[in-house]
Ligand binder design. Structure first.
Ligand code: BG6
Length: 548
């Protein structure tokens, strides 16, 4: 079995050997790393109650992508739809209509998407399959405020309906939010959308809205009001692609599908929790976007608070969309608001050196590319447990994970034998990416006559356990929207509450300069380590990936 985690494992598999007071021979003074045999950590997955994509195929639908010549369409949406088609997840006829300002023959639009699929698809592009995918494509060019464009779009949708899409429509708004009002107004005027509670038996009409969903509480509320004035909440699918990631979905299965975790999942047993989203990449060519966004709006307000709510929410009444979303929303409401003082003293903002030289970035920019902050949850389950969230660009490695640190044992029984040793408490890590999986670090006795203890890591990776490729988040999310399953999409109340939670951070940071520089390829500004160390804790160290 190839194990991508060998470096971490070896690092964590340290023995702590005590100087024995017994008459046994004294053990070697230095700790010796004990590497587990290569297959010692294998976990074999047995698939229970599998529901192949094919069985849950949505009804034939027209998918209209506004902003179809943009980056998201070629990097994420086209590869996702191509993979879903290859996996047999789409019923015929499915029609994909690209809409963008530029007039473009459909063949050129297809060629553009083909580049994206070639570069970014998880499954290799195969000519015959691509031809089939290309036959599903259509394109309408024109200004988003131009009536003619909507007349053409209407004609194309009617043609799709005549082919068999039964009037089912998804409008994917992959444009800057400033375009949404114009697009929705025109769609309504041309009777391409109408407000209707979505239910089985009627043609579906849904709207997918990309993040960022507003830029603060006020603008998010205005955006919600505006969209809500055209369509019903059941028609709105606010995307947070983190929720489509396998490992994020597995948080609930791990917690509520196993009876061994839930009794420990509270303040009695958990010391603290780290949630990390570290990226090796910088801001790419997105200087202007990033200047207006920054890491708090880009990652913490949405992705990390969503992950935190799944890790900490109460047991839902069922796995139905609103039961899960009710619990998430309830949890977000019980996160304690940060005071302005706490933001000033305990929240850390950093900016990688060189950021100010990126295209589209101000020479004196104060935009944070790194942030670390601590939240508490005022609930019986979580009272007093700190949750440390950090996210950054240009860091040591690409790693997104949740590390749940359990409390130390109350009494070290073999104290004398282990004198001076560091018995590290158990850590359960939910690795969201890369090498998706779960690992548990715990203490074990090193074989031998002495009471020597070592930290060992048990690893489960999806790739090894189930021998199945992991699909991309967008594949799952687009399919779910077509099926009318909103479980993995954000509801309005959660979006508002997440903005409310980070509002004090935005307020203080935007009013006072003070972003701390950090070197690219590091774990962020040293002040972030100092912040968590003040509480007697420490971040898990990020490790450089092995050279390829
Ligand atoms: C996006 C952010 O939402 O998530 C990007 O806008 C970030 O800045 C990306 O790079 C990270 O997503 P993933 O799936 O690569 O972790």
């Amino acid at each position: 079995m190839s194990d991508p985690h060998t470096p971490e494992e070896v690092k964590n598999t340290e023995t702590t050997t005590a100087t024995s007071s017994s008459d046994r021979p004294a053990p070697p003074a230095a700790a010796t790393p004990v590497a587990a045999p290569a297959d010692a950590n294998s976990v074999v997955g047995e698939i229970l109650g599998d529901e192949p994509t094919r069985k849950r195929r949505p009804e034939p639908t027209s998918i209209v992508i506004f902003g179809a010549t943009g980056d998201l369409a070629s990097r994420k949406l086209a590869p996702a739809l191509y993979n879903v088609m290859v996996d047999g997840g789409l019923k015929e006829p499915t029609v994909i209509i690209g809409v963008s300002r530029r007039p473009l023959p459909v063949a050129q639009f297809a060629a553009k998407l083909k580049d994206g699929v070639t570069q970014f698809s998880r499954q290799k592009l195969e000519p015959a399959k691509w031809d089939k995918f290309a036959s599903m494509l259509d394109y309408v060019g024109g200004e988003f405020g131009d009536d003619k464009m909507y007349e053409t779009l209407k004609a194309r949708l009617e043609a799709a309906q005549a082919k068999g899409t039964k009037g089912n429509r998804v409008f994917y708004l992959s444009t800057p939010p400033s375009e949404f009002p114009k697009i929705l107004k025109k769609l309504e005027e041309h009777k391409l959308i109408e407000r209707e509670v979505q239910r089985p038996g009627i043609p579906s009409c849904r709207i997918i809205v990309e993040k960022p969903f507003g830029r603060d509480l006020k603008t998010a509320r205005e955006l919600n009001e505006m969209i809500g004035s055209y369509v019903d909440e059941s028609q709105i699918y606010r995307i947070d692609h983190y929720l489509g990631k396998e490992t994020v979905q597995n948080i609930l299965v791990l917690r509520f599908g196993n009876s061994i975790f839930e009794p420990l999942w509270n303040r009695n047993h958990i010391d603290y929790v780290e949630i990390t989203a570290a990226e090796e990449i910088g801001i790419g060519g997105r200087g202007a976007f990033y200047e207006a966004t920054g890491v708090v709006r880009d990652i913490i307000q949405n992705h990390l608070l969503q992950v935190m709510s799944l890790v900490t929410m109460e047991v839902p009444a069922s796995f139905a969309a609103d039961d899960i979303r009710d619990e998430k929303s309830q949890l977000l409401r019980s996160i304690r608001d940060l005071t302005l003082n706490e933001v000033a003293n305990d929240c850390i903002r950093g900016q990688y050196r060189g950021y100010r030289r990126e295209e589209g970035v101000a020479k004196d920019s104060q935009t944070p590319t790194y942030a670390a902050m601590r939240f508490f949850i005022d609930s019986w389950r979580w009272q007093g447990v700190p949750f440390y969230l950090r996210a950054g660009k240009k860091m040591t490695e690409r790693l997104t994970e949740v590390a749940i640190h359990f409390k130390s044992v109350p009494l070290v029984l073999f104290k004398e034998e282990a004198a001076g040793s560091v018995l590290q408490p158990a850590v359960l890590t939910l690795r969201i990416q890369p090498h998706e999986g779960i690992s548990l670090r715990f203490v074990a006795k090193v074989p031998g006559e002495n009471i020597s203890v070592g930290n060992v890591v048990m690893n489960m990776t999806y790739a090894d356990a189930f021998k199945r490729p992991i699909s991309e988040a967008y594949e799952r999310l687009i399919l779910d929207c077509m099926r009318g399953d909103a479980t993995l999409f954000n509801r309005r109340d959660s979006v508002d509450r997440a903005w409310e939670l980070i509002q004090p951070v935005l307020q203080v940071w935007e009013a006072t300069p003070g972003v701390l520089p950090y070197e690219p390829g590091t774990d962020g500004p040293p002040a972030a380590a100092a912040m968590i160390e003040r509480d007697g804790h420490s971040w898990k160290e990020l490790t450089k990936p092995e050279p390829k």
